[in-house]
Design a protein around this ligand. Structure first.
Ligand code: GLN
Length: 534
């Protein structure tokens, strides 16, 4: 059997340093050397998954092909590696404890006291190694949180044990922060020294350090860090601020991070680093002069991470068309009939975001009404698509009180209704219609032409659906259901063919868009927007 090697990425000093991007970038480099790589994330919180978390807590919830609600870093892993992740790529403390407690109830530990060490740590190690059976050369494991946190201790202890068990087949990379103190005109390495010291107290000596910094660090500083932290100088890597996350693999490659990692693990450095298409993408992104201006209407626009996958899909599609993406974030709660023109009229295209609950839906409907009446290039995703349906029902079909059962359960015209299988559910966690399903596209429709295929598979995350009872009425008046699930008939795509580009999807195409393979609907949407003289 193939030998699998394990790389751990931990973080120190502060959170939000970009461990996910470092893990994804290193993964990209190893993949570019011809190795088979996957990345997983361990989150130290007690929730079973982030599905029930508000975006204010952890940003977007990413959905895997097999229908698991996961951390947004998995989106980065997929966008960089172009390989789908599954439920095993994201584990939380909640899941670890749930598994151990379930086994305790079954009697698996009969007679024994169940403890953090060894039972929780054994379960963590088992989960770290699960992907090892899938034939990967490298498994990169990102440990969420910051070293020193109480909640990440069992993970750090598991990493320590695995390093001891696996020897050279295991490597630890620690990401820290080197702040610049403007008043002193100096960068400070002390926080890094402390953080590495903490890691050493737990029995882990990192093999590589990645220093996140706003300013490029001098050789002297890197030497100092190497000396005080017991790390080879060449293994002190800088991650300075870059204008796009997609530049990071190139930044790390320049510092030979892939070679250093491989050498430290006694793995042959194979051939040439195959990064040509990645470099072309980054070059096209930075060289693009003409702009495509897209408005994103949503209620979480003030949170940079809430619509991560949509932002990245738009950027990938814009780059594909050699355009610079100018993304205007429009708070749906601020939109009114009076001000909507001011927000939308200068855009090349508008996208209405997914979401849950009533807040901000009024603004989404106002935006869609303006966009439809002004024949704007318009894309609705999930709740965005549902709002397209509601707006059309109210203003074209004349059903004044048309609504979604989620927004107004008392409406007489629930053009969007709760799915049958959802009606008897009591638990909220993991019970939506989740993951990949087939969608059959009508020949000649905008969607079918965009995909150049009549059958596609996309990912879902919803409880409500287009109400089939109204379908004929919509179609008679010009809104067509051009994509349906072939097994259940559930409406997946609506379009207004008489307009330039007006399309909504019940599914989330943004979960399925990578640098190597931008999602066709986003490519088509941006293509139409770039043709739009406005
Ligand atoms: N709230 C809607 C539903 O559950 C839409 C969900 C979404 O936008 N992801 O059907």
């Amino acid at each position: 059997m193939k030998k699998t090697r394990y790389i751990f990425v931990t973080g120190g000093v502060v959170s939000s340093l970009g461990k996910g991007i470092i893990a994804a970038s290193l993964g990209k480099l190893l993949q570019a050397r011809g190795y088979k790589v996957t990345i997983q994330k361990f989150d130290p919180y007690i929730n079973i998954d982030p599905g029930t978390l508000n975006p204010y807590e952890h940003g977007e919830c990413f959905v895997t092909v097999d229908g698991h609600e996961t951390d947004l870093d998995l989106g980065h892993y997929e966008r960089f590696l172009n390989v789908p992740t599954t439920a095993v790529n994201n584990i939380t403390t909640g899941r670890i404890y749930q598994n151990v407690i379930d086994r305790e109830r079954k009697g698996d530990f009969l007679g024994k006291t169940v403890q953090v060490v060894p039972h929780i740590t054994d379960e963590i190690k088992r989960n770290i190694k699960i992907l090892g059976a899938s034939g990967y050369d490298f498994i990169i494991t990102e440990i969420g949180g910051t070293v020193g946190d109480i909640e990440s201790l069992p993970y750090i202890e598991s990493v320590r044990q695995l390093r001891w068990e696996l020897g050279r087949d295991c490597l630890c990379i620690h990401l820290t922060y080197v702040p610049y103190i403007a008043a002193a005109k100096e960068v400070k390495t002390k926080p890094t020294q402390h953080s590495v010291k903490t890691l050493q107290e737990y029995g882990i000596l990192p093999n590589l350090l990645v220093l996140r910094t706003e300013k490029k660090l001098s050789e002297k500083i890197c030497h100092k860090v190497a000396l005080f932290c017991n790390v080879d100088q060449e293994a002190v890597i800088q991650s300075h601020d870059v204008s796009s996350i997609y530049e990071m693999p190139l930044v790390l490659a320049k510092q030979r991070m892939d070679r250093i990692v491989l050498r430290k693990m006694s793995v042959p450095v194979k051939g040439k680093l195959q990064l040509d298409s990645w470099k072309i993408f980054v070059k096209n992104m930075s060289k693009a002069k003409k702009t495509v201006r897209i408005g994103l209407v949503g209620k979480y626009v003030e949170l940079p991470d809430a619509y991560k996958s949509i932002n990245e899909s738009l950027l990938q599609a814009a780059t594909y068309h050699h355009r610079r993406l100018d993304l205007q974030l429009i708070h749906s709660e601020r939109l009114t009939k009076e001000n909507v023109a001011g927000y939308l009229e200068n855009l090349h295209g508008v996208i209405v975001a997914p979401g849950f609950g009533q807040r901000g839906t009024g603004g989404k409907l106002t935006a869609l009404n303006f966009a439809r009446e002004h024949n704007m290039v318009t894309f609705g995703v999930c709740l965005g698509m549902q709002c397209m349906v509601i707006e059309f029902a109210r203003n074209v079909l004349g059903l004044q009180d048309a609504n979604s059962a989620e927004i107004d359960p008392l409406s007489k015209n629930k053009v969007i209704d709760l799915m049958e299988e959802q009606k008897h559910l009591t638990n909220l966690g993991g019970t939506m219609r989740l993951g990949e399903y087939d969608c059959k596209l009508q020949k000649g429709s905008l969607a079918q032409k965009a995909y150049n295929s009549e059958l596609v598979r996309e990912r879902h995350r919803h409880r409500y659906e287009f109400n089939e009872k109204y379908r004929q009425q919509f179609e008679n008046h010009g809104m067509k259901c051009t994509g349906v699930n072939p097994q259940t008939g559930l409406v997946e795509v609506v379009e207004i063919p008489n307009l330039k580009w007006y399309l909504g999807t019940q599914y989330h195409p943004e979960y399925n868009s990578t640098v190597a393979r931008p999602n066709p609907l986003f490519v088509s949407f941006i293509g139409a927007a770039t043709e739009n003289k406005n």
